[in-house]
Design a protein around this ligand. Structure first.
Ligand code: PAF
Length: 273
């Protein structure tokens, strides 16, 4: 595996590549990331992963400083899974001066759900992804469905800027009990880890209610109250249309989305219906 810390080294290494397939990450890699890498290996002639903890997408009160950085373990996992190129710039390399140009996605996509509770988050994500795309110039990029709104917003960004990049979605990887894999699961105490599965369990019950045609507002209120009673602080539980996460009309492909804090840890999950 070739490791590039600079944009120049990366470009030199990728100069002969016909169709690089790219997986952007913030490191602390788990099986979900490795599944995305395997997908990238199938899709391109060269699999490129980036590790960059992007300060721009963290609010001042969020966990940028304590976000887990596990460089040696990440490199070992990537090597074992057949990553060809790892791009790991430091902040000065990727943002050599204050990044005064940013990519601001439209409010109707980016200020709802995650964006309502994490103002500016998707501007940070779109800005870094645009910059990483400019560095890697992939033919295809793979994003996990775990971050459903992120995937939708990146798809729109690529369409709107006519970037010659195909966006592929990777399914959410889960622990045997159903918890969606996430780097933030590592913050959970053993007791919280056992409790954490309740978020995906709530989403499953909501999905069943949608399929059964049961009155959704009552179900959402009951599930929100049930999580709160177990000690969670729910931000939202909702059912939206898959394509743009606006209100779903009956019969449209829908997705159940949820976000809630358990202690200091904020977890998100979703289920397509
Ligand atoms: O999903 C993530 O890990 C990040 O939001 C991403 C896409 C790597 C941008 O920093």
């Amino acid at each position: 595996m070739f490791i590039a810390h600079s944009i120049a080294d990366l470009r030199q290494r990728l100069s002969g590549a016909r169709a690089p397939a790219f997986v952007p990450t913030m490191g602390n890699l788990h099986d979900g990331h490795i599944a995305l890498l395997r997908r990238a290996r199938d899709l391109g002639d060269l699999a490129v992963v980036s590790i960059f903890v992007n300060r721009l997408q963290f609010a001042p009160n969020e966990d940028f400083d304590r976000y887990p950085r596990t460089w040696e373990a990440d490199c070992a996992r990537l090597r074992a899974a057949g990553c060809d190129v790892l791009f790991a710039p430091d902040e000065r390399e990727l943002y050599p001066q204050p990044q005064t140009y940013t990519v601001r996605p439209p409010a109707e996509l980016a200020d709802i759900l995650e964006g309502e509770f994490r103002p500016g988050f998707f501007t940070g994500v779109c800005t870094v992804v645009m910059k990483l795309f400019a560095c890697v110039q992939p033919a295809v990029a793979v994003f996990g469905k775990k971050d459903y709104q992120q995937l939708m917003i990146i798809r729109r960004m690529v369409e709107q800027f006519a970037l010659p990049i195909r966006i592929e979605a990777g399914e959410t990887e889960r622990s045997p009990d159903g918890l969606a894999l996430s780097s933030r699961n590592g913050y959970l105490s053993p007791v919280q880890r056992a409790e954490a599965v309740q978020l995906s369990a709530a989403l499953q019950r909501i999905a069943q209610a949608v399929r059964a045609g049961i009155d959704l507002s009552a179900v959402l209120a009951a599930e929100t109250a049930a999580l709160a009673a177990r000690g969670w602080a729910p931000d939202y539980l909702t059912v939206r249309r898959q394509s743009d996460l606006q209100a779903a009309a009956p019969g449209e492909p829908a997705v159940v989305l949820g976000a809630a804090r358990l202690g200091e840890t904020r977890l998100i999950d979703n289920l397509e219906i």
